[in-house]
Design a protein around this ligand. Sequence first.
Ligand SMILES: Nc1ncnc2c1ncn2[C@@H]1O[C@H](COP(=O)(O)OP(=O)(O)O)[C@@H](O)[C@H]1O
Ligand SMILES: [Mg+2]
Length: 263
Amino acid sequence: MWVGVGKGKGGAGCTVGALELAYAATRRTRAGRPRRVGYIDLDPQGNATDVLEPASRAVGIKDVLAPTDPVPLAQAFVATSWPNVSVAPADRFLANREMDMTAEGLTVLRRARLSGEMDNQFDDIVIDLPRHLGRLSTAGLLGIEHLFITARPTLWGAQGAEEMRYTAQRISYRGNPELMTSGFIVSGYEPGEDSDRIVGEMRKRFGRLLLSPPVPRREKVPEAIESYHTPCREYGDSALVAVANAYQSFYDRTLALHSGEER
Ligand SMILES: Nc1ncnc2c1ncn2[C@@H]1O[C@H](COP(=O)(O)OP(=O)(O)O)[C@@H](O)[C@H]1O
Ligand SMILES: [Mg+2]
């Protein structure tokens, strides 16, 4: 299945969420072997690319989206230090595609999904969507089937999530009828009067799409992911298990939904 993780506001836990969902996918099996994930890093900051430690950065997603001589998507993926995860790497030159991506580029991910050309290589594609609504995020939103929207439990976080939902609806009407918002992920949650009120309001607004549980704030998440490039579950700190479990449940729920649709 093709999954995207987006946000309306920076620092929402989007990249951590996309990485944890990719890892969660590899803990599930298909035909008796771990699911294989193709991770598309659409954020020119390339944080996820750094974490995954790609075997090579010679080719990246910027080359797939290039206006001239585009590289086929299948050729952009390289192995990473995370078992069963390959990445189509990002680098800062990916930002150029905001300026020069053509209509072909905008629909390249969508066409790859519909043609099934990646199906032999991967069971899941996970896309880390950049924040700004530009050509990069549009190409991503046109490609995916399931969108997770991440938000911090703050007023601006909630507003950003709402905006992102609206954006996804527009893209869905205009060019990707398969796109659905599969859930809002509250990331970096700590109990408190203000955060609980905001989560309550988000629940009223988003209903069952507000995924439970909120992902707790744990000091060691940046240490595990950013410094040690390690998924929360593998880091060996019991405080991070709740974070890993939350993302696993979001992945499992979406896969169950997706498999139900396919049948
Ligand atoms: N559950 C969490 N607890 C604590 N810190 C977190 C958690 N999730 C993400 N972070 C940290 O918050 C910051 C923003 O997360 P990131 O995934 O980079 O957001 P985005 O991609 O939306 O900008 C990063 O430093 C990340 O390590
Ligand atoms: Mg990010």
